[in-house]
Design a protein around this ligand. Sequence first.
Ligand code: GP9
Ligand code: MN
Length: 399
Amino acid sequence: SNMDAEEILKNIKKDTVNNPELYGIAKGENLIMVSLESTQNFVLNYEINGEEVTPFLNELAKSSYYFNNFYHQTGQGKTSDSEFLIDNSLYPLPRGAVFQTHPLNEYNAMPEILKSNGYYSAVFHGNNKSFWNRDVIYKTMGYDKFYSEEYYNVTEENSINYGLKDIPFFEQSMPYLKKLPQPFYARFITLTNHHPYLINEKEQWIEPYPVEDGTVSRYFTTVRYADEALRQFFEELKSSGLYENSVVVVYGDHYGISERHQEAMADVLSKATLTAYNQVELQQVPLFIHVPGKKGKQLDTVGGQIDLKPTLLHLLGIESKDDVHFGTDLFSKEHHELTVLRNGSFVTEDYIYTNETCYVKPFGAPVEEEKCKPYIEQAKEELDQSDRIIYGDLLRFLK
Ligand code: GP9
Ligand code: MN
């Protein structure tokens, strides 16, 4: 009801103050986001037989803001949940994919906010447009254009697994990107590093990881391929001139290796076994934000995908005060270092809470629940409030 709506909306924590040094630093610039399929943070600086798995990402970590304590917060909706988090700063749902269950709700998504600031917005993805109901919810969220499979030349040669391989995907996207009206917001959703991690031999640029578990073993080869695709895309951005007037954000959408593979993952991480604490840490995905004119810096701020919307709006000099959102600006002194995962586990500056156990960082020793207590209610309440907003379509009462 309307009462419910008012109460919930007024309870949501207030917007963070921005970081005055960075607020509006990219005013009027384009925003380019790249979703790295199934890319977890542990692959950064990882080597197999002395070969880097992600040579380009390792470089990018030095030339951009690199967040090494950043978490995905997705549920069953996987990639689509990550998109939802980023565009709305609301949590995805505990069951199902919100893209499929609530595509016609009232939202106040990034493309809508950016549109009223003069931006054009588009998504690029080499898979069928109706996958995850994208074609429907993108319209709701205000996207002007969706370059899906039908805009690409997809052949047996240039595709694998779910669709177009990442290298031809970026290659074929460039002419469209160059023609977009500026400033634009463009998101690229990569695809090749998707389970079951298949790649042709001639594009296998690193040895599979030597372990019997084929999923884990092959994962490194498709991560390596995607890294090269991204490198080529950045080259193109530079030679087209777009790099100079665009904020470029690169992030992992969700985990690629599930808990079922813990034996092989323990081997990868040189540990005897993996604990529940380690499993939460494994939900870290890389985040890079390149701002023209800004030097690279590693930031260990704890954050999650829900924080991107206010963070990026602030870089572009757009206020987020009137927007209902759960994230806080990652660059702000007042950034809220409580990152809640969709399954209810959470991470703070000092603790990780999962399976009803409180663990202390950085080694993950279990400690008395008291330490995590202040956040337990808060984490539950955030998820609950966000769910109520979506189930009740409450944002329509804001208009
Ligand atoms: C499908 C792609 C992969 O279009 O986004 O989806 P996922 O299975 O990772 O959610
Ligand atoms: Mn995905």
